[in-house]
Design a binder for this molecule. Structure first.
Ligand code: GLU
Length: 412
């Protein structure tokens, strides 16, 4: 089964709970993206050679709002992945009820292997090829795995040159100096945090004494670890691409942050700490497991080994559908990606609104507004799960689909 097949089958599963209100024709329309664009991007490399990269853009459906979604630079990018990520974007923007719909960008590249000069050329070329599909009223990119505010700046500059006027709200996740929002860089992690606390409150528990294991690297991974650590959570294990470390007394996240700043792996954290593979980390006996990297790291062959009581999906799609079924049987609760990591796109939306009105908010205001969106969304998903006795993932899809189909019904 491909990644996109699995997204389709989960959408179909969720549709069953609202099929009395919406015709199957609407479902058929939602199941496929409207267009998937593929481009070749030739880059003159520093050594004089030319390398041609492949880039994608999946645009699903914009009957109501412009497309919105991140740009991923990663060697594992594929058409199937970009289509799936674009579908998750709609479910995500819809579960938190933002006026934005689905899209995703991606280039097959390992950005770590490129010089700054090569990366700039790649980002600019990609935008110049895609510019006709971009714009504040059509499609708005943002950072994702392997991209950052610097790359957004180059892409926005290229876009502005193409259209001949300044459109800061055509791209989000920009540096604050170029119109980015305060709190955007930490927004995804803040969103996870708000959702996690809201869930624990619902089951009458606190974070006190809970052991957390966080798998895999990335900026958001570290920001989340810092927030949890400063609020007293005990993070007993963390990993990156080289492996992980475990200390039952809790890791010092400030030290881990220092290692990362010096471009070192977490495995250099301490001499006496137990070293782990990423699979061993997933199987730890902890209260909360946080997969934060790429898709399907939890699959049918390792799902049985999971002992955590709660999984908070920081990555998009880290659990495959077979593993989902195994976890459900084991009564392991999964807080799904489309809800848990909606904080990033929510603050992207605030960024656009600020650019549009040219009035900028404090970090405190952004944080409060994020809470005002994430908390009710979490409550609604929890309520829907209880009402139908379904997993939080399918409940989140039901909430989203209901909103999407309600709008589509006026047009079909
Ligand atoms: N890439 C992020 C995500 O997957 C953010 C997208 C955005 O801000 O548009 O949610």
């Amino acid at each position: 089964m491909s990644l996109y097949d699995s997204v389709q089958s989960q959408i179909k599963q969720a549709y069953q709970y609202i099929s009395g209100n919406y015709s199957k024709n609407l479902l058929e329309k939602i199941l496929r993206p409207e267009q998937v664009i593929e481009v070749s991007i030739p880059v003159h490399m520093d050594d004089g050679s030319t390398k041609v990269f492949t880039g994608y853009r999946s645009q699903h459906n914009n009957v109501k709002w412009p497309y919105k979604g991140g740009v991923r630079f990663h060697p594992q990018v594929s058409k199937d992945e970009v289509m799936s990520l674009s579908a998750w974007m709609t479910l995500k923007t819809s579960v938190v009820d933002l006026p934005l719909w689905w899209g995703k960008w991606g280039i097959i590249v390992d950005p770590k292997t490129l010089s700054k000069n090569e990366l700039e050329k790649l980002s600019r070329w990609y935008m110049s090829k895609m510019a006709k599909f971009v714009g504040p009223h059509t499609d708005i990119p943002a950072p994702d795995v392997g991209t950052d505010p610097q790359i957004m700046s180059w892409m926005l500059d290229e876009y502005n040159k193409t259209v001949w006027y300044a459109t800061p709200w055509a791209i989000t996740g920009k540096p604050v100096e170029l119109g980015g929002s305060l709190g955007r860089w930490t927004a995804t992690s803040m969103g996870w945090w708000i959702v996690l606390l809201e869930y624990l409150k619902d089951i009458d528990q606190s974070l006190e004494g809970k052991k957390i294991a966080i798998q895999w690297a990335g900026n958001a991974w570290l920001v989340f670890a810092k927030i949890a650590y400063t609020h007293g959570a005990k993070i007993v294990a963390m990993s990156d691409s080289k492996g992980g470390v475990y200390d039952e007394n809790g890791l010092d996240i400030n030290e881990i942050e220092q290692l990362k700043k010096n471009r070192k792996s977490v495995i250099e954290y301490c001499q006496w700490c137990e070293k782990l593979t990423n699979d061993e980390l997933l199987a730890l006996d902890v209260d909360i497991l946080v997969p934060a990297a790429l898709e399907w790291v939890v699959h049918k062959d390792n799902a049985e080994s999971i002992k955590a009581k709660l999984i908070l999906e920081l990555a998009n799609g880290p659990i495959d559908p077979d593993a989902d079924a195994v976890l459900e049987k084991k009564d392991i609760v999964v807080i799904p990606d489309v809800l848990a990591n909606a904080g990033g796109v929510t603050v992207s939306y605030f960024e656009q609104v600020q650019n549009n009105t040219n009035y900028y908010r404090s970090e405190q205001e952004i944080h409060e507004k994020l809470e005002n969106i994430m908390k009710p969304a979490t409550k609604e998903v929890l309520h829907t799960a209880n009402k139908h006795n379904i997993s939080l993932r399918i409940a989140a899809y039901v909430v989203s689909l209901d909103r999407i189909m309600k709008a589509m019904k006026f047009l079909h």
